[in-house]
Design a protein around this ligand. Structure first.
Ligand code: AMP
Length: 395
């Protein structure tokens, strides 16, 4: 089966065409600057990557460019649109309504729309992507795969905030968690790597990228995770604060005469690694800064790694034990320094990294010593493949 995986943002659209039998990526690409002007970067596996400036006034136009790129006689991979058997859409927020992926129907579209106020930047864009695809491929079955769904197994003690209860009743204010597709995919793989069934083990998945979250997975189920009502909570990230004392917001707003909206912008876009270092949100730039002796780059990476370590400890305590830890996503897969800082001193918990093995980048590998009671692995994530698998399973 050929599955088109779509990840639609407000001005971008990432796609991959995956052969579900071989799990090979047949083609992939990115539309950027949708509604502004438009740019498509497309690669068909085995052929040359190309970029074109394209006129993309809306997402329908972007989807049309994607389909044209897939169908192009010289640079494409399909001879007819009929070869696309299904489309899998990444949806950021499924609220409490979606604990699983689901085939998209009109009722499902309405229910996703009902979650819009929980993710006002993401869900409306995801919906636009679905509608654009439905318009151009009306007969192709489509599946919604939610970032939040994997975390719906959390117990109430993990997802409730210490706020007046009516905010949960009236507005569904609670922890939801994100990156669920990645946490699910990586935790299953980690269980297989340590030779156990997911139901038999206690795992911690550290998804560390530009956005970062950590999940405790007990018996194959998410039992706690660091992100919250929104993806702003938990670890400090590329440009997001992660957890801060909530009173700081009013304190700074009154000192600097800022509105709630302006504060939100600072917390989401000017904080985290960028805010601390004053240099960059990208860990490669921070590593370069550290090598040059920049103390604020050192501080940023220290704050980040220390937060990762604290959550590893917290989640081992929450689960009452720990079999294995996975590091995944851009930083988790490629940054030996962060992995070392995040785990050093945890030998008392049975975690001992093998310094040589920890030099690995971007590849699946065990990075703990052979006698470390807790196995530590680098497990590359693959959210698109996970979405394609879910899509095939549902149709
Ligand atoms: P992600 O959001 O998963 O794409 O991760 C982005 C972060 O991962 C950035 O801070 C990058 O510096 C880091 N990253 C991605 N690829 C690499 C790489 N090959 N080497 C080092 N860091 C990387």
């Amino acid at each position: 089966m050929k599955v088109l995986v779509i990840n639609c943002g407000s001005s971008s659209l990432k796609y991959q065409l995956i052969d579900s039998e071989t799990e090979a990526v047949l083609a992939k690409g990115l539309c950027e600057r949708i509604t502004i002007d438009g740019k498509l970067t497309h690669t068909t596996t085995g052929k040359e990557k190309y970029t074109i400036d394209a006129d993309m006034p809306d997402h329908n136009a972007a989807v049309q460019y994607v389909l044209d790129a897939l169908l192009n006689k010289e640079t494409g991979v399909l001879s007819s649109l009929k070869e696309i058997d299904a489309v899998g859409h990444r949806i950021v927020h499924g609220g409490e309504k979606f604990a699983k992926s689901t085939v998209i129907t009109d009722d499902v579209l309405k229910a996703i729309e009902g979650c819009n106020d929980l993710a006002p930047l993401h869900n409306p864009a995801n919906l636009i992507g679905i509608r654009a695809c439905k318009k151009l491929m009306p007969d192709v079955p489509m599946v919604a795969v939610f970032d939040t769904a994997f975390h719906q197994t959390m117990p109430d003690k993990a997802y409730m905030y210490g706020l007046p209860y009516e905010y949960y009743v009236n507005y569904k204010v609670r922890r939801y968690g994100f990156h669920g597709t990645s946490h699910c995919f990586v935790s299953k793989r980690l269980a297989a790597l340590i030779g156990k069934k997911p139901e038999e083990c206690k795992l911690i998945v550290c998804h560390l990228g530009n956005g970062s979250s950590i999940t405790a997975v007990d018996g194959g189920k998410s039992v706690d995770t660091t992100m919250g009502l929104t993806p702003l909570a938990g670890l400090p990230m590329g440009t997001r604060t992660g957890d801060v004392d909530p009173a700081i917001i009013e304190f700074i707003a009154s000192k600097e005469n800022k509105t709630v909206k302006e504060m939100n912008d600072i917390l989401n876009k000017k904080s985290g690694m960028l805010g601390l270092s004053g240099v960059s949100s990208d860990f490669r730039d921070l590593d370069a800064g550290i090598a040059e002796g920049n103390d604020r780059c050192r501080l940023a990476v220290d704050v980040f790694s220390y937060a990762v370590k604290k959550y590893i400890g917290a989640y081992a305590a929450a689960m009452g034990g720990l079999d294995a830890i996975a590091f995944t996503a851009g930083v988790g897969e490629n940054n030996p320094y962060v992995r070392r800082l995040a785990t050093e001193g945890l030998e008392f918990m049975g975690i001992t990294l093998d310094e040589n093995a920890n030099q690995v980048r971007g590849e699946e590998a065990r990075i703990s010593t052979a006698d470390s009671p807790v196995a530590v692995w680098v497990v590359p994530t693959n959210e698109e493949l996970a979405i394609a698998r879910e899509t095939v399973a549902l149709i």
